[in-house]
Structures are given as structure tokens and as C-alpha cells.
Design a protein. Structure first.
Length: 137
């Protein structure tokens, strides 16, 4: 039995990568797999630079081991930068998000949770997060 290669045009979801052949001529409303109504649009993720200040109001400053654990927990691909200024630890990390409010939420969760895991939070410690747009190269 001879074999024949048949090629047809289909569609691909930009969100999940699912490929399918449409049954009708009209443009589908959603992806049949992930049900995303934005299956035909690319995500517009931008880079932001998050700056946070962790301030110790009372008690002793943390030891270098805890600060190193905190820096490791932030992840090397986020390019963390830590600087001391008196009783304040200034933290800068890269964050990927759709818009500035989402970047602020993501950065706040990341920094606060990693600081809590490293033992940098507690009574007398205050954390402020400020987001700035990362310059594009």
C-alpha cells in the first residue's frame, strides 16, 4: 500500500502550544485545550526592577549566614543585589510581569516570603517594596 503525505493548515495556541485543525471556517473563540480566549495573542511580559527596604527597628541585625541564605533564596536568575545602609537592607531583584501592579505583588511576595524563610522577619522588622521599571537594553 503506497503512503502519501498530506499537509493541512491548522491553528496553534500561543498560550499552551496546542495544535488543531478547525472544523469550521470561522475564527475560534477559545483554545480547545486550555480554553483561553487569548489563544491567538502573544503575552506581553515586561521586565521590572523591584527595590525593597528591610528595616530593623529594634534588636540585633541578622548574621551574615541568614543574609546569604536570603540572597540564595531569591535565585540567581533574578540578579539579586543586597546593600546595607545602617539598620536597613536594600534589596533589588528583577521581576517579569504584565504590568506594574502585578510586578509589585510578585516582588512583595517573593521578598517577604524569602525573608521569612531565612529568618529575617519578626518583631521590630518593617518591609517596604517600591517598583521601578527596568530599563530595556
Amino acid at each position: 500500500m503506497p503512503r502519501v503525505r498530506i499537509e493541512m493548515e491548522g491553528l496553534r495556541c500561543t498560550r499552551c502550544g496546542h495544535e488543531w485543525i478547525p472544523r469550521r471556517e470561522w475564527h475560534p473563540f477559545v483554545c480547545p485545550k486550555c480554553k483561553s480566549p487569548f489563544w491567538d495573542r502573544e503575552r506581553m511580559v515586561r521586565g521590572f526592577r523591584a527595590e525593597a527596604v528591610i528595616e530593623w527597628r529594634q534588636g540585633e541585625l541578622p548574621n551574615d549566614k541568614r543574609v546569604a541564605q536570603f540572597e540564595t533564596g531569591l535565585g540567581s536568575w533574578r540578579h539579586p543585589r543586597l546593600r546595607w545602609a545602617g539598620k536597613r537592607l536594600r534589596v533589588e531583584v528583577d521581576v517579569q510581569a504584565w504590568n506594574e501592579p502585578n510586578a509589585e505583588i510578585q516582588a512583595r511576595r517573593l521578598i517577604v516570603n524569602r525573608a521569612r524563610a531565612a529568618g529575617l522577619t519578626g518583631y521590630g522588622v518593617k518591609t517596604n517594596v517600591h517598583i521601578t521599571v527596568k530599563p530595556t537594553d
